[in-house]
Design a protein around this ligand. Structure first.
Ligand code: ZN
Length: 476
């Protein structure tokens, strides 16, 4: 039997506000433990939370960017549970009336475009952080993160493969980064993902029992964890067993998921409206004001890159994966208006260097101006494309201008026909056997002559001119 997987994701994104959601404490990462705290986020008796307006602003941004309907009135609720990292004994979240619902985004996997529904987006506060000492029976808690604003983005169960889940996550992260409301750093925990997975016989419509996967903290792990869980559930069913509804923890080191606890139901949390917070009323004017300041989003930018620059869909997708990379491309294409050539250099040499040096595009050692200068030098025949690669690496490591490097290293391409003719003459005189072989019909040795000429000129001869002169002289 073949199976089909049903995947839905719950994503928590930490918002880049300066202060926490219900108090004025700083959200800055990396401060000494328990220094960014106050009576409100420590849950002292008698304190009152005050909603941070910026959190609402950022959430509306994400909701609009993912085509959600914004609720005119939403509410905060208390989600009650006990855990040492939760000083109040409840988390303030949104439950029955979230701020946004019914959205969607589009993803593309292997050229196939799919619409992924977004059930809801709501605001909530983060919990603190427990640190467990490995060699002592002691755990300590840091409340700096308590009350840091999060949005939870819940998808519909619209994904069918681990690759689609990965593409959806990347799309959400790209949108959050375009909006500049979340840094999207999965390893550092500012972008987290829990996955709900079930399998069913292909072609059927009922949902199987699902499990929830937690602790997936990198893009690579998402796809691995889902692939493992899908195989595990299929094996359970094949063996005549039943999948148990539970929460499972992904162990990236062992590459397996292990049962953590039975899945809790919503009623286990005893949700109720938070009496300390008024219903949140959002007027249409505010929403429209925010809508008018939204940047061009990844999908729109990609479509424009295809349309205006004539780029293939793949190139446009890579170049618009981040706003900074797209800006880099556009800056360069403006200076050197051959978009496909610019795209090739960015996607090839530039991204390779950034990856090797673990840098972001913002930290690129080659500016758009330098890259454009280099492309102009190739275009005008001063250097060959091959030499340009060497120059590019040198620009990246030294920060010098391409022209300076070419001058210092004597890399100027030899286009002077007279000079090349001299070299060709010498090569032919030195290899009489090959010359007669060529003239006797063995045209394959032509490549040998080209190689000899290039070698004699240190690779600097213009290949096109070399070909023309060689052909002429071998025939003559
Ligand atoms: Zn505080």
């Amino acid at each position: 039997m073949t199976y089909e997987a049903i995947i839905g994701l719950e994503v928590h994104a930490q918002l880049l506000t300066k202060t926490k959601i219900f108090c004025g404490c700083s959200t800055e990462f990396g401060a000494p433990p328990n220094t960014h705290t106050c009576p409100v986020c420590l849950g002292m008796p008698g304190v009152l939370p005050v909603l941070n307006r910026k959190v609402v602003d950022y959430t509306i941004r994400m909701a609009l960017a993912t085509n959600c309907t914004i609720a005119r009135e939403s509410r905060f609720a208390r989600k009650n549970y006990f855990y040492p990292d939760l000083p109040k004994g409840y988390q303030i979240s949104q439950y029955e009336l979230p701020i946004a619902e019914h959205g969607h985004v589009f993803i593309e996997v292997n050229g196939k475009r799919s619409r992924i529904g977004i059930t809801r987006i709501h605001m909530e506060e983060d919990a603190g952080k427990l640190i467990h000492y490995p060699y002592r029976p002691v755990s300590v808690v840091d409340f700096n993160r308590t009350g840091v604003p999060l949005i939870e983005i819940v998808s519909e169960p619209d994904m069918r493969t681990p690759e689609e889940a990965g593409a959806y996550l990347r799309q959400l992260r790209a949108i959050l980064r375009y909006l500049e409301i979340c840094d999207g750093n999965m390893e550092e925990g500012s972008f987290r993902c829990d996955a709900n997975v079930s399998v069913r016989p292909a072609g059927t419509n009922t949902f199987g029992t699902r499990t929830e996967l937690k602790n997936i903290n990198s893009f690579k792990h998402v796809e691995n964890a889902l692939a493992y869980e899908i195989r595990r559930q299929e094996a359970v069913i094949e063996d005549g067993g039943k999948v148990v509804q539970e929460t499972r923890l992904w162990d990236p080191a062992k590459g397996v998921s292990v049962s953590m606890r039975g899945k809790e139901e919503a009623h286990d949390y005893r949700y109720f409206p938070d009496p300390d917070l008024l219903p949140l009323v959002i007027d249409e004017g505010w929403v429209e004001e925010i809508r008018s300041t939204l940047p061009e989003l990844p999908d729109a930018k990609k479509a424009r890159f295809i349309q205006d620059y004539g780029l293939p869909s793949y190139d446009a997708g890579v170049l618009t994966s981040s706003r900074a990379l797209a800006d880099y491309f556009e800056a360069c294409a403006k200076l050197f208006p051959e978009p496909k050539t610019v795209s090739n250099w960015i996607m090839g040499s530039l991204l390779a260097i950034l990856k090797a040096e673990n840098r972001t595009i913002e930290e690129s050692p080659v500016s758009p101006e330098r890259l454009a200068e280099l492309l102009r030098l190739i275009d005008s025949g001063v250097i060959s494309g091959k030499i340009a690669k060497t120059v590019f690496d040198e620009v990246a490591s030294s920060g010098k201008a391409p022209e300076t490097i070419i001058r210092e290293k004597g890399l100027v391409q030899i286009t002077d026909a007279k000079a090349i003719t001299e070299v060709v003459k010498r090569v032919l005189t030195e290899h009489p056997k090959e010359v007669s072989a060529y003239r006797g019909g063995k045209t394959k040795v032509f490549g040998f002559f080209v190689g000899q000429v290039m070698k004699a000129t240190g690779g600097n001869a213009n290949p096109k001119t070399v070909n023309e002169i060689l052909k002429g002289m071998l025939q003559g």
